[in-house]
Write a protein that binds this ligand. Structure first.
Ligand SMILES: [Mn+2]
Length: 362
């Protein structure tokens, strides 16, 4: 089958005269609900040696871990739910950014960190190793959580991989996650941002939070955050100034010194009306479209070193709306990365386009 054949045999197009009406299609071009649910049906490459040999631009990593939650559990099921939350297969075309991302970007699914339940230290360590493996293979890790505690090992691994270049962090969340401890536990999902600053992975003044609201943290934790030079933008500021202006400030603050950015997206930054499937829902959040625009804005204008999307808890989701929002955060980042490669003059990976657009809208 020629490239041109592939291109014209999508479900949106009629089969060419004389074509095989029972053509099997390869897995990538079959509907998204058929076959193995790697992210966007991309190659499933889990071994460090294979990743090191291929050196993809981006690798999806699952962090199926929720032993560190303070309230509703379930985020361990997040990676699988996010991977499945798409009705597209095959080539995709970003209408927002005007690019077919897989033309310019080699993306693979590196599988899940080998987490087992009931052991926070072990879970975090295998996540750190997995993310480091991917980053050392030259890929930008995009990590699917998991509760937010996984940002500590994940961003630590990315900081190690990019050193000596400095790392800034832009963190979308309803919550600051800067507690000293949660009922005495230093590695809960309420503490990872403090751990990252204390460990030196990122300096406090380049740790920027967007979307905070609600009734936590209290004055002593806020005082600690100020002492670190942390900067944060409350949801009320987004309401008053608009997300785009706030995000522009956040980018400048995170890159006030560092060269690269780690983007951490807690899906609970989105209003629970649009993202109910999460452990600690806080009313009054961002619109999904604002968050997706923010991801394009950030990834399109900085050097992204790593990213995570966390706190999707499928047992509390409805109609996959939360998992879908998380999936699209990842896809917006991938598309923005592809635009950066194209605009930097990188050639297409597939001269004639070796994938077809087979899955249309509905
Ligand atoms: Mn949160």
């Amino acid at each position: 089958m020629t490239d041109e054949d592939r291109r014209i045999r999508g479900i949106n197009d009629e089969a060419p005269p004389g074509g095989d009406p029972y053509e099997a299609y390869d897995d990538f071009n079959l509907p998204s609900y058929i076959g193995l649910p790697s992210f966007q049906k991309l190659p499933w490459i889990t071994e460090a040696a294979a990743l090191a040999e291929r050196r993809p631009h981006v690798a999806i990593v699952g962090a199926p871990f929720d032993d560190a939650v303070s309230h509703r559990p379930g985020a361990r099921f997040g990676p699988r739910a996010i991977r499945q939350a798409s009705y597209h297969a095959g080539a995709i075309n970003s209408l927002q950014l005007g690019i077919e991302p897989f033309d310019y970007l080699d993306v693979v699914d590196a599988g899940d960190a080998p987490v087992v339940p009931m052991d926070i230290d072990r879970g975090h360590e295998v996540i750190r190793r997995k993310v480091l493996e991917v980053a050392r293979a030259g890929a930008i890790p995009i990590v699917l959580g998991g509760d937010h505690s996984i940002t500590y090992p994940s961003a630590s691994a990315v900081a190690e991989a990019v050193a000596p270049r400095g790392l800034g962090i832009v963190h979308f969340d309803a919550h600051a996650d800067t507690a000293l401890s949660t009922w005495g536990n230093l590695r809960s999902h309420g503490t990872p941002m403090r751990r990252l600053i204390q460990s030196g992975a990122v300096s406090g003044r380049n740790f920027v939070q967007v979307g905070l609201r609600g009734y936590w943290p209290g004055p002593s934790t806020l005082a600690w955050m100020r002492e670190q030079g942390m900067r944060w933008h409350l949801m009320t500021e987004i309401e008053e100034r608009g997300a785009e202006a706030v995000v522009a400030d956040a980018i400048a603050e995170a890159l006030d010194g560092p060269e690269v950015i780690y983007l951490s997206v807690d899906i609970d930054v989105v209003d629970p009306g649009m993202a109910p499937g999460t452990g600690t829902p806080e009313p009054g959040g961002m619109l999904t479209r604002e968050l997706l625009r923010a991801v394009r804005q950030i990834v399109g204008s900085v050097e992204l070193a790593g990213m995570d999307v966390v706190e999707v808890a499928p047992p509390f989701d409805h109609a996959e709306v939360t998992a879908t929002a998380a999936h699209r955060c990842v896809l917006e980042a991938i598309s923005a990365l592809a635009v950066r490669r194209r605009d930097a003059g990188e050639p297409k990976l597939h001269a004639g386009g070796n994938v077809s657009q087979t899955s249309g809208g509905g």
